[in-house]
Write a protein that binds this ligand. Structure first.
Ligand SMILES: *[C@@H]1O[C@H](CO)[C@@H](O)[C@H](O)[C@H]1NC(C)=O
Ligand SMILES: *[C@@H]1O[C@H](CO)[C@@H](O)[C@H](O)[C@H]1NC(C)=O
Ligand SMILES: *[C@@H]1O[C@H](CO)[C@@H](O)[C@H](O)[C@H]1NC(C)=O
Ligand SMILES: *[C@@H]1O[C@H](CO)[C@@H](O)[C@H](O)[C@H]1NC(C)=O
Ligand SMILES: *[C@@H]1O[C@H](CO)[C@@H](O)[C@H](O)[C@H]1NC(C)=O
Ligand SMILES: *[C@@H]1O[C@H](CO)[C@@H](O)[C@H](O)[C@H]1NC(C)=O
Ligand SMILES: *[C@@H]1O[C@H](CO)[C@@H](O)[C@H](O)[C@H]1NC(C)=O
Ligand SMILES: *[C@@H]1O[C@H](CO)[C@@H](O)[C@H](O)[C@H]1NC(C)=O
Ligand SMILES: *[C@@H]1O[C@H](CO)[C@@H](O)[C@H](O)[C@H]1NC(C)=O
Ligand SMILES: *[C@@H]1O[C@H](CO)[C@@H](O)[C@H](O)[C@H]1NC(C)=O
Ligand SMILES: *[C@@H]1O[C@H](CO)[C@@H](O)[C@H](O)[C@H]1NC(C)=O
Ligand SMILES: *[C@@H]1O[C@H](CO)[C@@H](O)[C@H](O)[C@H]1NC(C)=O
Length: 649
């Protein structure tokens, strides 16, 4: 047996962390100025004078309809401010997330028809103008300034007051508690774009969408042209709330939260916005225990959803899991049980829920013994109550190796199959592998399709599929999906914002989300597209909270094809981190967990080796053998800092 001691040099290499702050997309202050001119039209001069890099110069728009489109370089949110030296005339501003909808005449859309009207300022005197409080814009990368008067207009300053994360100090928007860095830039960018997306969808609860278009659209769905929009509906209590999308809908949706909340926990730990959102749903629980499909004012439409009901139950468990606040759980427990009882009451004599509350994430065919709904139900039952009833439905896998949506169809959905694995409903390893191979076999150039929603790629459901691959150690497959779908397409495609994640698109890569009839309506900052952020921390960093807030934990890094990862985040108990390096013959791991906690470490052996020398600081190396899956386990480890080096034989 070789006996090795750690040398300072060996650990120094692992400690040499690349600073991660440079990846944070949140701004250092709330005053944002554009970084580039994207388009100019008509007679004008000095368009670049209003860029962030310039000072005290003036854009001059000479005539009616002269316009400049500015690029903020990333998706932003807020209210337009400008200073003019003109004392007459009028200016219009239009907004769009995607470059596809740049126009001096209209913004992209928040309604399911037409587009949104420009924000118009009549100039009565020189000086400072600001958008009214209810006319902030929830997300845009491009801002077009257009002269709407007959004569020349001069603008000598233009900025946007950033309104997302209203409860955080203006100089602390980059106040992350988590970080992720690896040798793969694509993964790093995806992690931080997920973090930023969840910040953009965290809003002042008095600035919810008034949904004023619903009347217009439902009374005449052929309405075209521009529609007015205003953000003046109070959707939750408190001073901040998590919503689904920054531009649209700006409402509380429990389904979206199921992806966003773990992402928030490992990045900003902004749990109060989650709590305010959940409270607003539980305030609307009905006497039978049913929770609403979405928060106020959408709940007024009376649409019911079995799956979103379950997601609202999962949300409470998730908040407790990360925050560990027992009094919060106590306060929700009676309502939680009533909600669980409502769900269990949907189970019929076959042992499966027969879904009649059929609204879901805009997939079709959510009814009967649906596999997605039943997998989520199984998962939810396992979360907290002793009401679990065993479901013998592994036999329903069809010839493709995938579950069918229900007994009367051959359609094999992405959502139900991903949930069947994620929930632990399928325990047979060869069947799990068969399901995930079959899902992977369907991946196209633009990502993982969801045939249960026609021609759609759903970043939401792909978040669950991704988690399923990671959960069963299909690490390289999961990383491939993140790189191809999230980085190469969802960030880098020129129609995207390169900073936040879109809600859905077609399998051919067109920015069309089939359930909607109006393409400009698609939200490009949707929390439900941020699945990789928490998955990278949980599986690649390997940091898993076992007990609430991490009182007990496990650190089980998945290597895939990576060589270097540095990940961490904090909960109410303190900071958890995992930093590792491998070159195929050595695996080094440094972990840090709060004092007073205990946990388990599953150290992967380098390069598929099964025997190695394990070195811990200040101890002689010992010869160790890997388990069947290539790991060496150390249990009952006390919280604190630990370093391990495994040198393969
Ligand atoms: C304004 O200019 C745009 C091009 O920037 C053009 O498409 C549009 O037709 C013009 N509108 C009017 C009313 O002239
Ligand atoms: C600007 O002035 C026009 C013409 O007087 C008027 O129709 C319009 O309502 C005004 N718009 C705003 C935002 O004040
Ligand atoms: C624009 O107006 C604001 C508010 O009055 C002022 O603080 C700012 O300095 C002005 N900008 C320029 C370039 O004068
Ligand atoms: C920074 O983040 C922490 C943890 O999320 C939060 O408690 C604190 O209020 C934030 N600080 C500011 C100034 O926003
Ligand atoms: C809808 O509005 C359009 C345009 O105003 C009109 O032509 C059409 O008749 C309306 N349809 C209905 C069903 O009211
Ligand atoms: C929101 O603004 C619109 C337009 O000004 C107004 O009609 C509506 O009453 C406002 N709603 C609330 C809740 O203030
Ligand atoms: C705010 O809290 C009060 C008291 O619990 C409740 O009645 C009200 O519905 C809440 N508002 C929202 C928008 O959830
Ligand atoms: C069964 O699944 C198919 C495919 O998703 C769907 O078309 C059908 O409506 C579903 N049945 C029910 C009762 O929802
Ligand atoms: C589900 O319940 C509905 C309404 O009671 C019923 O029509 C339908 O046949 C049931 N579906 C199954 C698969 O049992
Ligand atoms: C599930 O299947 C197992 C094995 O076939 C059987 O022992 C068990 O009774 C079944 N459970 C139910 C509820 O049908
Ligand atoms: C994945 O790896 C973990 C850690 O080694 C192990 O506990 C788990 O059983 C594995 N899952 C499968 C399906 O191999
Ligand atoms: C997206 O942003 C990154 C920096 O985060 C930059 O390196 C890359 O070139 C940008 N991609 C595109 C297509 O703009």
């Amino acid at each position: 047996m070789r006996v090795l001691y750690p040398t300072p040099l060996l650990f120094a290499t692992a400690v040499a962390a690349v600073p991660c702050q440079q990846y944070i997309l949140a701004p250092p202050s709330r005053n944002l100025r554009p970084v580039a001119v994207r388009l100019q039209s008509g007679s004008l001069s000095a368009a670049t004078d209003l860029l962030d890099s310039q000072v005290s110069l003036s854009l001059i728009l000479d005539t009616f309809n002269s316009s400049v489109t500015y690029d903020f370089g990333k998706n932003v949110a807020g209210s337009v401010n400008f200073n003019t030296t003109s004392n007459g005339g009028a200016l219009g501003f239009t907004f769009t997330e995607s470059s596809l909808w740049i126009s001096p005449e209209a913004s992209d859309a928040t309604a399911d028809a037409g587009s949104d009207a420009p924000l118009v300022f009549n100039l009565t005197a020189a000086g400072h103008y600001a958008a009214p409080i209810d006319r902030e814009r929830g997300a845009f990368r491009y801002l077009t300034v257009v002269n709407l008067g007959p004569g020349q207009v001069s603008i000598n300053d233009l900025w946007v007051h950033f309104t997302a994360m209203p409860h955080w100090r203006a100089d602390s928007l980059r106040n992350y508690t988590g970080w992720f860095h690896s040798n793969d830039e694509k993964l790093n960018r995806v992690w931080y774009a997920g973090a930023y997306t969840n910040q953009l969808v965290t809003i002042d609860p008095t600035r919810g969408d008034a949904l004023n278009y619903l009347n217009v659209i439902t009374s005449n769905s052929t309405v075209i042209g521009t529609l007015d929009w205003w953000l003046n509906t109070t959707i939750t209590n408190g001073t901040s709330t998590l919503t689904d999308g920054a531009k649209r809908d700006r409402l509380v949706w429990s389904g979206d939260m199921s992806i966003a909340v773990p992402g928030i926990a490992v990045t900003t730990f902004d749990l109060i916005s989650v709590q305010n959102a959940l409270d607003s749903l539980y305030n609307l629980q009905n006497a039978s225990g049913l929770l609403p499909y979405a928060g106020y004012p959408f709940n007024k439409l009376g649409i019911v959803s079995f799956t979103y009901h379950l997601y609202a139950l999962i949300g409470v468990e998730s908040l407790f899991h990360y925050g560990g606040d027992r009094s919060y759980l106590d306060g929700k427990w009676a309502q939680w049980k009533a909600g669980m009882e409502w769900a269990v009451a949907q189970i019929d004599d076959t042992g499966l829920a027969n879904v009649t509350a059929s609204a879901d994430w805009l997939r079709f065919g959510m009814g009967g013994h649906n596999i997605e709904a039943n997998s989520i139900l199984f998962y939810t039952l396992n979360l907290g109550v002793a009401l679990a009833r065993h479901q013998n439905d592994t036999a329903t896998a069809d010839h493709m190796g995938l579950f069918r949506d229900n007994e009367t169809t051959t359609l094999a959905p992405q959502d139900g199959n991903s949930w069947a694995v994620k929930s632990g409903l399928v325990t047979n390893v060869s069947q799990v592998v068969q399901i995930l191979n079959a899902l992977q076999g369907r991946w196209g150039q633009y990502g993982a399709p969801a045939p249960e929603a026609a021609d759609a790629v759903s970043p939401f459901i792909s978040g669950f599929e991704l988690e399923a691959h990671f959960a069963v150690n299909r690490t390289t497959a999961a990383l491939t999906l993140i790189r191809n779908m999230l980085a190469d397409f969802m960030l880098d495609d020129p129609r995207m914002t390169n900073s936040t994640f879109i809600e859905g698109y077609s399998t051919s890569g067109e920015l069309r989300y089939a359930p909607y009839t109006n393409d400009p309506r698609i939200s490009h900052a949707h929390g439900w597209g941020t699945g990789p952020t928490s998955s990278l921390t949980t599986y690649v960093g390997g940091i898993q909270l076992v007990g609430a807030a991490g009182a007990t934990w496990a650190i089980v890094p998945q290597v895939g094809d990576l060589t270097h990862v540095d990940a961490g985040f904090s909960t109410t108990l303190g900071r958890f981190s995992s930093k590792w390096f491998t070159n195929g013959s050595v695996f080094r791991l440094e972990i840090s967990t709060p004092k007073g906690t205990t946990g388990t470490v599953g150290i992967p052996f380098p390069g598929n080796r099964m025997t190695a020398t394990l070195i811990r600081a200040d101890r002689p190396g010992v010869h160790v053998t890997a388990d069947d899956l290539g790991r060496y386990w150390i249990t009952d480890l006390a919280g604190g800092d630990h370093q391990f080096v495994v040198v393969g034989w």
